[in-house]
Ligand binder design. Structure first.
Ligand code: PHE
Length: 342
């Protein structure tokens, strides 16, 4: 028995505890009710009555030294461990900085536009960026091989199927077709989203940009309704003192069509570099929905009429925040984006 006690003492003394796992192994080996010290206590009853007190004393010492070693090791590990129980933490190091996100300037402008139109009763519709030729062109009254298709340099994904071709939408007007096919008038929606055009990339134009289009179809909607809507929008968006003018224009899907300018809100109409010294900035295209487009969507043009408009979002963001290169809006450089934190 004496030898076993000495062997156990040696085992305790040489047990290496450098981790939480080793500490637990030590506890299970020596300190629990089924551990080796407890087993020795059980053997006490086999010792002769004369030897029993002596061995009892030795075993108590053994138990005490194991307990001491356990407590010391635990203290040492707790002091040098972090929450994970393993890592050493240097509390003198600077803390990790928390970064808060911010709204992209394009999203800020889009948000304002959406708010103005929502207040007028427009709901928001979205559609796919990968679109069928038929929704992007054909049903919008761009017949096949019509020169109007050249107005918008297109990224085709497939080419030869005609109206079944897949392409990256060149405007958000195909969403209006999808809405007209899905819903019956009255329809009052805006369609915000990304559009793609195969254009030479420069500080002023990029291969992807954002548009917001609107569509209103009901009985006896007139050009006067279109004008009132655009006037109200432009004054809320760009300031109540801007002047607004409609210029005749052409789009295959509207007739009559117009482009809308506002007085340059940087120079107040006097003429500056941004408005190319004309005093005017073009903000959108619009018109009365072409009867062919209504017919293509199973809406009777004798019963219903409507107007549509479409505007770029990115240019307004560039002007509002005095950003001089459209590419900055798409590079997602954090040094640019963090300037829009609030
Ligand atoms: N879809 C046209 C464009 O991208 C804009 C527009 C929309 C014009 C609706 C008139 C009516 O240029």
């Amino acid at each position: 028995m004496k030898n076993s006690i000495e062997a156990l003492q040696q085992e305790i003394d040489t047990f290496v505890i450098n981790s939480a796992d080793e500490l637990e192994a030590f506890r299970l080996r020596f300190m629990v009710r089924k551990g080796s010290i407890a087993a020795m206590f059980n053997q006490l009853k086999d010792a002769s009555p004369a030897e029993r007190p002596h061995y009892g004393q030795l075993l108590n010492q053994l138990k005490e030294s194991a307990g001491q070693k356990y407590d010391d090791a635990k203290k040492r590990l707790d002091a040098s461990s972090s929450g994970t129980g393993k890592q050493h933490v240097d509390l003198t190091l600077p803390g990790r900085k928390e970064y808060s996100g911010s709204e992209h300037p394009v999203q800020k402008v889009l948000g304002d536009m959406k708010q103005i139109f929502s207040a007028m009763g427009f709901t928001i519709a979205t559609g796919p960026e990968l679109e069928l030729d038929t929704y992007n062109f054909e049903m919008l009254n761009f017949p096949e091989n019509h020169p109007a298709r050249d107005m918008q340099d297109t990224f085709f994904i497939t080419r030869k199927e005609g109206k079944d071709d897949l392409l990256l939408r060149t405007h958000t007007s195909p969403v209006q077709i999808r809405v007209m096919l899905d819903e019956k008038p009255p329809i009052r929606v805006i369609c915000p989203g990304k559009v793609y055009r195969n254009e030479a990339i420069s500080a002023r134009s990029y291969c992807v940009f954002h548009q917001l289009e609107g569509l209103y179809i009901d009985k006896s909607v007139s050009f006067a309704d279109l004008k009132a809507t655009i006037y109200s929008f432009a004054k809320q968006m760009f300031g109540s003192n801007v002047h607004i003018r409609f210029r005749p224009s052409f789009f295959p899907f509207t007739e009559p069509s117009a482009e809308v300018d506002i007085t340059c809100y940087l120079c107040g109409g006097k003429g500056c570099r941004v408005c190319k010294h004309s005093g005017w900035l073009e903000i959108l295209g619009c018109g009365m929905v072409h009867p062919n487009v209504l017919r293509n969507c199973n809406i009777d043009p004798d019963e219903y009429s409507g107007f549509a408009f479409g505007m770029g979002v990115d240019r307004t963001a560039l002007l509002r925040y005095r950003i001089n290169d459209i590419r900055l809006l798409f590079e997602n450089d954090v040094r640019m984006l963090e300037q829009f934190m609030q």
